[in-house]
Design a protein around this ligand. Structure first.
Ligand SMILES: *Cc1c(COP(=O)(O)O)cnc(C)c1O
Length: 434
């Protein structure tokens, strides 16, 4: 007992040295004490997903040789081929494409779409507006090289006000041209709810019932390993995501993946490299070790990020702010929104996240007019991998409702500290009293 007290006071001293007041420390500690059961459930999911990943690695006989890389054309890259088999196993899919040549999530999604759609086809989103960067891929905002330029049309049906599917209008929207349905799992930076995998399954079943040969693609960004099942377990033909989010486990320095039906993945491979070459080329250089290592850590890293999100929701809800998801909701992605209602709140929060970073902690983030946005945006990130949002990071547009979105944390201890820093920063700015 005595030892425990001593240890605790040492931790508290260190928090003090890092700028956390006793008031913030105890306020946060009280909240944490109430979250033990929630955290247990998250840990149980992580345990399940950790075993799923290990099983996939063992069944595909990952060996030391797989961790090495190839150069040049990259023919017969056993590490690359095995990693793709591991991803296919993890997602219970027929096949997967996992490459450093896929530069980011948007690229992976664009690749999946452009390779599986042909002129005259129609793309359909039954879950409302897709992620911002996809607007240019699709051509919702005119853009060079968009699907629209290739004669691929687009239809969209928004979710109903309560976040449920608008089945009547979905049915009406599907026609003889509809080739591919895109379903975004995470709310991204919108206010709609994130979709559970089960809900995605219901939507896919409904769509298939109307048109059996439709390709169902899920934008899986931020969703991987949050639940025990993935969209491919409920009928998705393709899941697509970024390796500098959940499945890279914080270690992948670049990359994207597409897992799903053999034909869909093959189409993507021919588009990524070249007709005739497909998946046979694409040297992995020295990157495979980080891809394997990161995937291995991904279930635990995702769990850490989830705990951070739940912790923050509980803190800021108790202080009277609207949080999405709320303090008790089941989680389907790792993003947490806190609505401050004032620019000062958003800015103070981001400053706190930055001040807690392992890299660039001394930098003070400021709102700026980022290209492509209609209001100034503030971003906080001090990451080992530039732009990685599985690492603790936050951003918020400086416009009503003045919400900040944050995600990540490679360890819960870091997420915890970062959130405590946000509270300290928000309190120091006089925005909350407690
Ligand atoms: C991050 C994200 C993307 C795009 O990924 P980038 O790597 O930023 O290009 C697409 N969709 C969703 C839902 C995302 O969260």
């Amino acid at each position: 007992m005595k030892k425990t007290n001593e240890e605790m006071s040492t931790v508290q001293n260190l928090y003090r040295a890092l700028g956390i007041s006793d008031k913030v420390y105890y306020f946060c500690k009280d909240i944490l004490d109430d979250l033990r059961q929630r955290f247990d459930e998250i840990d149980q999911n992580a345990e399940y997903n950790q075993l799923k990943v290990i099983k996939a690695m063992q069944e595909n006989r990952v060996s030391e040789a797989c961790l090495l890389g190839t150069t040049g054309y990259g023919y017969n890259d056993i590490g690359r081929e095995t990693l793709e088999a591991v991803y296919a196993s993890v997602f219970h899919a027929e096949d997967a494409l996992v490459r450093p040549q896929i530069t980011c999530g948007t690229h992976a999604l664009a690749l999946a779409l452009m390779s599986n759609l042909r002129p005259g086809d129609e793309l359909f989103s039954p879950v409302g507006k897709p992620y911002d960067t996809l607007e240019e891929v699709i051509g919702i905002r005119p853009s060079k090289g968009s699907l629209a330029e290739y004669g691929i049309t687009y239809k969209q049906v928004d979710l109903l006000a309560d976040g449920s599917f608008d089945y009547d209008n979905i049915k009406k929207a599907i026609n003889e041209k509809t080739k591919l349905v895109t379903i975004q799992r995470s709310k991204g930076y919108q206010t709609r709810p994130t979709l559970s995998v089960q809900k995605i399954g219901e939507l896919i079943a409904f769509v298939r019932n109307i048109k059996p040969d439709i390709i169902c693609m899920v934008d899986n960004c931020y969703g991987e390993f949050v639940e025990r099942i993935e969209p491919t377990d409920v009928g998705a033909d393709m899941v697509v995501g970024s390796l500098i989010k959940n499945p890279g486990g914080g270690l992948a320095p670049i990359g994207g993946y597409i897992a799903g039906k053999k034909e869909c993945v093959e189409n993507a491979a021919y588009r990524l490299t070249s007709p005739g070459l497909g998946r046979e080329v694409g040297a992995s250089l020295g990157i495979l070790r980080d891809f394997y290592h990161g995937l291995f850590l991904a279930p635990a890293v995702t769990a850490a990020a989830l705990k951070g999100a739940v912790f923050a929701a509980n803190i800021y809800e108790r202080l009277g702010f609207k949080v999405v998801p709320d303090s008790t909701e089941l989680r389907h992605d790792i993003i947490q929104a806190v609505e401050f209602g004032t620019a000062e709140g958003v800015i103070a929060f981001c400053k706190g996240i930055q001040a807690a970073a392992p890299v660039d902690s001394f930098v003070v983030p400021e709102p700026w007019d980022m290209p492509g946005y209609d209001s100034p945006v503030i971003m906080a990130a001090g990451a080992f991998v530039s732009g990685s949002s599985i690492e603790l990071s936050a951003d918020g547009p400086i416009k009503p409702p003045y919400a900040v979105y944050f995600q990540g944390g490679l360890t819960f201890e870091h997420a915890r500290f970062g959130i405590m820093k946000t509270l300290q920063s928000v309190a120091d700015a006089g925005i909350v009293q407690f």
